[in-house]
Design a protein. Structure first.
Length: 272
């Protein structure tokens, strides 16, 4: 058995493990609440320009709305009630995010070709095509799996479809975004800003153009963390190892197709 103490498993050759009769497990959904909280936090921080405001105060700028310095910083601050959130991907994390966004009075759209319209409707979400989502959304939030097809799914062409007042939030996978195109879109005002917990190359190099832009928030792939989730990530792999030693399938099994090959190669262990 191979078990990984995280949600992602891109570093494991699942096909090869299955061929060899090896079970692979992960820790699904362990930080869905944390990542959805973090997504909402980035959204609000972008909408309220919190980090610009904090930097201004630290630089000694504390003026009324009539002051030119603070007036420029305030320009573009927007309420979120009545705004549209577009979710790209509709797995556990965006589903946990929906009631939080709706609590702020937001309309929610979602694009996910692998999730039925009926499921989205039950969650109170409008199922739309990607282009429609990009045109309509004030905040676009990425939650898709990273595959060969989804790599750089948002690039220059997609940013051109977005509103110039819109924000990109990415707590999914960095490589879903063409970072060069994103930097250009942010620097030229094609979109208003971005809140990024993930980047294509991690850790982010200090000479990355994104770090030179004051309309970008980067939080260093920390959205999954809480003291509670940290305990879960430590405990779940041990539980899955214990299960397979007791003759049960792991709860976080990624490759259910392995079962026949596993039994042929190893047999079913007797519980102790």
């Amino acid at each position: 058995m191979i078990t990984t103490a995280k949600t992602g498993y891109g570093n494991i050759d699942i096909a090869a493990a299955t061929e060899a009769g090896i079970c692979v497990s992960r820790v699904p959904g362990a930080s869905a609440e944390e990542v959805s909280d973090h997504t909402m936090a980035l959204l609000l921080a972008c909408a309220r320009k919190l980090f610009k405001l904090d930097r201004a105060v630290r630089a000694g700028v504390w003026r009324s709305i009539h002051g030119p310095e603070m007036g420029e910083i305030w320009r573009g601050i927007t309420p979120v009630r009545g705004r549209t959130l577009g979710l790209i991907g509709f797995g556990l994390i965006p589903r946990a995010l929906v009631p939080k966004a709706k609590g702020f009075g937001m309309r929610v759209l979602a694009y996910d070709p692998y999730v039925s319209t009926a499921v989205m409707k039950m969650a109170g979400v409008e199922s739309v095509e990607l282009e429609h989502l990009l045109r309509e959304s004030d905040f676009v939030s990425l939650h898709a799996d990273l595959t060969a097809d989804s790599r750089h799914m948002l690039g220059a062409e997609q940013f051109q479809l977005m509103k110039p007042t819109s924000y990109l939030i990415n707590t999914g996978r960095g490589a879903l975004v063409d970072e060069a195109a994103l930097s250009q879109a942010l620097a030229t005002g094609i979109i208003a800003g971005a809140g990024l917990d993930v980047t294509e190359v991690e850790p982010l190099k200090l000479d990355n153009p994104l770090l030179k832009l004051d309309n970008v928030i980067v939080t260093g792939h920390s959205g999954h963390y809480s003291d509670v989730s940290a305990e879960t990530y430590r405990a779940r792999p041990v539980e899955d190892v214990s299960r397979i030693m007791a003759g049960k399938w792991p709860r976080g099994l990624i490759n259910p197709d392995v079962k026949e090959r596993y039994l042929v190669r190893w047999g079913k262990p007797q519980g102790r």
